[in-house]
Design a protein around this ligand. Structure first.
Ligand SMILES: Nc1ncnc2c1ncn2[C@@H]1O[C@H](COP(=O)(O)OP(=O)(O)O)[C@@H](O)[C@H]1O
Ligand SMILES: [Mg+2]
Length: 321
């Protein structure tokens, strides 16, 4: 039987899968819809289309919470379904999984078990620290004897890590990310505009702001809390600003705290090379600038930062046999 390699990144928002053979990778919403009998109603991007529109008898589940497997049973159902759909040919796979560093032994073990139970014809499972992958995917030479700081802005987590010589020196997993900005926007629209909007609309508003933070308005759809009827309202996209800046500021302070406790030689390397950013939340146009102002250190956001980890996974896998 032919051998193959698969790389998997299990994000709060997206599941990304690459193989050694193919240049492109899969990017699927990490979401599963379960009907009242406990059967799968939809998975991935199809489930996302139903999200916030689903009838009562369908339960919508995002099985990854705070970067770890929060709902093991449903994560296994989802991953098995995806493997069935895309990887049915006859190969025996080694699966490389991107995993956060700052998690417990039990949480780490769950990643192994998940792969063993979801992938048929498995040869081996390898867990690779996500920050190392994000760094490789950002073009950093991870094996150099030089300190690097990587910050990954995910949907449910933000991970700050320092690495050197291909290993992790220090890593902190914060249990908040882009989702919290969306949630805050939902509340803000209620409070200030008497409008009930969905999380998807909130995210769209945030992304519009991220691309153009100048005073610009947009039309947002939702339900008027006074009349109870569907309504459209024109809002300034800058409503997102307060929370976005708060979030970035908080992360910057955490990064500063880490810079203060790592060995000084590494800290001075980082002062020179700067800090690297990855994850979808690193797409805010001025994120680098905001952080530089506070830290006085250069900050580089990757191009297409949400794909840094899977790019790195693909690069490292190409080195493996
Ligand atoms: N252009 C953008 N501006 C701001 N945030 C963005 C942008 N694009 C994606 N995001 C946010 O990034 C997060 C998703 O990033 P991703 O790295 O795919 O998440 P995860 O790895 O946790 O699944 C979401 O919170 C999403 O709203
Ligand atoms: Mg990510």
């Amino acid at each position: 039987m032919k051998k193959g390699q698969i790389g998997i990144e299990l994000g709060t928002k997206h599941l990304r899968i690459c193989t050694k053979e193919k240049e492109q990778f899969l990017r699927i919403k990490n979401l599963i819809a379960i009907d009242h009998q406990g059967k799968i109603a939809a998975t991935g991007n199809e489930a996302f289309l139903m999200y916030e529109k689903e009838p009562h008898e369908i339960q919508m589940i995002a099985p990854i919470t705070n970067g770890v497997i929060g709902d093991y049973t449903n994560m296994r159902l989802l991953l098995s379904a995806i493997m069935q759909k895309y990887f049915r040919h006859f190969r025996k796979y080694t699966v490389n999984v991107a995993s956060p560093v700052d998690i417990t032994g039990v949480e780490r073990r769950a990643f192994y078990d998940l792969i063993w139970e979801s992938v048929r014809k498995l040869r081996d499972v390898r867990l690779i620290p996500k920050p190392i992958l994000a760094a490789a995917g950002s073009g950093i030479d991870i094996y150099q004897p030089s300190g690097n700081m990587m910050i990954d802005f995910g949907a449910g987590t933000t991970e700050i890590s320092v690495m050197s010589l291909g290993g992790i020196v220090k890593s902190r997993l914060l249990s908040y990310g882009g989702n919290q900005i969306d949630q805050w926007l939902v509340h803000r629209m209620k409070r200030e505009y008497n409008m009930n909007i969905g999380r998807k609309s909130a995210e769209r508003l945030k992304i519009q702001y991220s691309k153009n933070e100048n005073e610009k308005s947009t039309v947002i759809k939702g339900r008027d809390l006074v009349s109870g009827l569907p309504a459209k309202k024109t809002v300034m996209i800058s409503v997102a600003e307060e929370k976005v800046k708060d979030y970035i500021h908080e992360v910057t302070m955490e990064a500063k705290a880490i810079l203060e406790i790592i060995p000084p030689e590494l800290a001075s390397d980082i002062m020179v090379h700067g800090i690297y950013l990855s994850g979808g939340g690193a797409s805010f146009e001025k994120i680098g600038l905001w952080m530089e102002e506070e830290l006085g250190i250069p900050v580089h956001a990757a191009k297409q930062p949400e794909d840094s980890v899977i790019r790195g996974l693909k690069m490292l896998m190409d080195e493996y046999k």
